[in-house]
Ligand binder design. Structure first.
Ligand code: ATP
Length: 639
């Protein structure tokens, strides 16, 4: 009901069946979504927008919904294709000036005042007197032009980009310029998490099917259908994260048959299964109770999802679905595949020395991220496979781990210094596991991954941080548990001989529901001069004049602000409630949570800012710390 009542709010006069989707409809929906903090409201606004698009699409057209969805999440293609927007401030300022006839200095001054280039663009447009009303923008026109901008690279592309942006801005009316500019910047900032978009898409599909079938449904039945639809679409998308494939199937076959048509397929990286941290081995035994489980070495490298396609092409994808095939040409070349046609396996790529000894992640991180040539490789990499997800045309996600592991071992053979299986022990006693843990650390690993072996509980759960996979790291034993991945949002100038670099940094966690960064601590000790220099080089280009609109600052007062982009892995001795930092505020009380004595571990190139640790995980860590403190007052012995 809520969604249907909102269709009027986002509808546009004159939008008829078969027309291209007017961009104004999106801009209207975005404004309303931005104006509310209520998730249900945001979902129903998006649902109405998608419903209108579905109702009015021409027969057989799937593109209008696809492009609308992409513009709502500010993407242009699936993550693994890697075409992204993120146009720099200066280029946008130039384009706004050119298209509105205002000077660069005025635009810059406005930006200082408003803190949002989108608003500056909108106000500049709206104060401009125009003789002719421009031809209205449409979704296909905006989408195609944004894609062209994202695809043009190199120095000479700057002029081309400015001219496309100027053309787009010239046609903007009302609030359109605000969202076009924010899209170009790489962030819509309307608090529109991708999860919300998925739910809305499912709801719109269910409602459209319901309208077409003309059958009346009572409220309870409809609510159940909507929930079921959202559940189906979320699970399908985590297995096949490509709207290019899922949306046409959704429109053509309907939501109920979606699972049959959209399954894991080599070439499209699925969202990896993630693990929950545990502090002590005893806790593992408690959690898994009587069930069978296995312990594997937790290698200190980089996650690598390896795909072999029908045509023999091999692709290696990161934890973030980024294509790493040109970072690991050696792996691509060496992956054993006799007797297998197509497959997807999950593995960790680890740096090794010439004797095959495991080296820490720092060694691996010396490798370039792209375009590596086999003959230039200095640090060798060995691949440790730990799961098989697809084999010869069949998805194995819904098979128990012991079967998947058996198939992995049957169909692949270890190759010295190149490919091996993750070392595993199915031991069950605390002593044996403790011993295996010590051995893993001695062999250069971070600790253990403990995984359920049998029954449905051991199925592969794409994109889930699951209790059926537990990680026990050696660092946990001394600290509060897991390390945190935090985004650098601010900096403080160095002192003494460090005046040319930043000497300390402001970090934030990321709340995916609210789509905001929440500051959590200042970090300033433990950096060598070399490290500070390299952090400076990475962060200087990201300096911005004020905190971005989606950064919840609290009482933090850094001297410079950064575009939230770089993720650091950080350890802490302790978590405490804080009157200054707003991280996880409201989850364990009115105050936020902060890190005490944070220590920098490493840069996490494989994580985007949106993969940073979330407030719920931080609250969980805090509560666990309180719990273990109050129970025994000291560290548990078995940990
Ligand atoms: P997360 O991936 O849980 O967000 P993270 O990226 O910080 O956290 P870790 O906490 O170090 O990673 O733990 C999970 C990662 O450990 C996996 O993503 C994978 O890259 C790595 N790993 C190493 N060995 C294994 C193994 N045997 N099984 C599963 N993952 C492993």
């Amino acid at each position: 009901e809520a969604a249907l009542s909102k269709t009027e709010a986002v509808d546009v006069k004159g939008w008829k069946e078969g027309d291209p989707v007017p961009y104004t409809a999106l801009a209207k929906a975005f404004s309303l979504i931005e104006a509310t903090t209520k998730r249900i409201e945001k979902t129903s606004l998006l649902t109405s927008l998608f419903l209108l698009v579905i109702r009015r699409r021409a027969k057989g057209d799937t593109n209008s919904l696809l492009q609308t969805v992409y513009l709502c999440i500010n993407k242009l293609c699936p993550d693994y294709v890697g075409i992204e927007l993120g146009i720099g401030e200066s280029l946008l300022v130039k384009a706004i000036a050119e298209s509105t006839g205002r000077s660069l200095a005025t635009i810059k001054a406005d930006l200082k005042k408003e803190g949002d280039l989108g608003l500056v663009a909108m106000h500049s447009k709206n104060s401009q007197k125009t003789l002719f009303k421009p031809k209205p923008l449409t979704v296909p026109f905006v989408f195609t032009n944004l894609k062209e901008i994202a695809l043009s690279t190199g120095h000479s592309s700057q002029g081309k980009k400015v001219s496309i942006i100027t053309k787009l801005l010239a046609a903007c009316q009302g609030s359109e310029a605000k969202y076009i500019v924010r899209s170009l910047e790489g962030k819509l900032r309307i608090g529109n998490a991708e999860r919300t978009v998925l739910v809305a898409l499912a709801h719109a599909a269910v409602l459209a099917e319901q309208e077409r079938s003309n059958k009346r449904m009572n409220k309870e039945r409809l609510t159940a259908r909507l929930e079921e639809g959202a559940h189906i679409l979320k699970s399908v998308y985590s297995e096949l994260p490509s709207y290019d494939l899922v949306i046409p199937a959704l429109l053509e076959t309907g939501i109920d048959k979606l699972r049959e048509h959209c399954k894991l397929v080599p070439g499209v990286p699925l969202k990896p299964m993630l693990a929950k941290p545990t502090k002590a081995i005893g806790e593992v035994l408690d959690r898994f109770d009587e069930k069978r489980f296995t312990c594997e070495y937790k290698y200190d490298g980089e996650r690598a999802q390896v795909h072999r396609l029908e045509d023999g092409t091999v692709g290696v994808f990161s934890r973030n679905s980024e294509d790493m095939s040109t970072k690991y040409p050696d792996l691509v070349e060496n992956i054993p595949h006799e007797g297998t046609k197509t497959f997807v396996f999950d593995a960790e790529a680890v740096a090794i020395d010439k004797h095959g000894k495991l080296l820490p992640f720092q060694e691996l991180s010396k490798r370039k991220r792209k375009d590596v040539k086999v003959e230039d490789i200095e640090v060798r990499v060995c691949l440790f496979a730990f799961d098989l997800l697809y084999l010869n045309g069949e998805s194995l996600l819904q098979r128990p781990l012991y079967e998947r592991r058996e198939l992995l071992r049957q169909h692949f053979q270890p190759v010295d210094m190149e490919f091996d299986f993750a070392k595993a022990s199915d031991a069950e006693s605390l002593d044996e596991i403790q011993h295996f843990m010590e051995q893993s650390v001695k062999d250069g690993c971070e600790g253990l991954m403990v995984k359920m072996l049998e029954s449905e509980a051991s199925f592969y759960e794409p994109s889930r941080r699951s209790v059926n996979w537990l990680k026990v790291k050696k660092d946990y034993l001394a600290g509060i548990g897991d390390s945190l991945d935090l985004v650098v949002v601010g900096g403080y100038h160095g002192k003494g001989k460090r005046t040319n670099v930043y000497g300390a940094f402001l970090l934030a966690c990321y709340d995916a529901d609210a789509e905001e960064y929440q500051t959590i601590c200042k970090i300033g000790t433990g950096f060598s001069d070399e490290m500070l220099q390299s952090h400076y080089e990475a962060l200087k280009p990201l300096e911005i004049s004020q905190p971005r609109g989606d950064v919840k600052v609290g009482g933090a007062k850094p001297e410079v602000w950064f575009e939230p982009k770089i993720v650091w892995e950080v350890l802490t001795a302790d978590l405490s409630l804080s009157p200054i930092y707003p991280a996880a505020q409201g989850l364990v009380g009115e105050r936020g949570i902060s890190l005490r004595f944070p220590r920098f571990l490493r840069v996490r190139d494989d994580k985007s800012a949106e993969d940073a640790t979330g407030p719920d995980q931080i609250a969980e860590m805090y509560e666990r710390q309180v719990l273990s403190g109050s129970k025994s007052g000291k560290k548990k012995k078995d940990g």
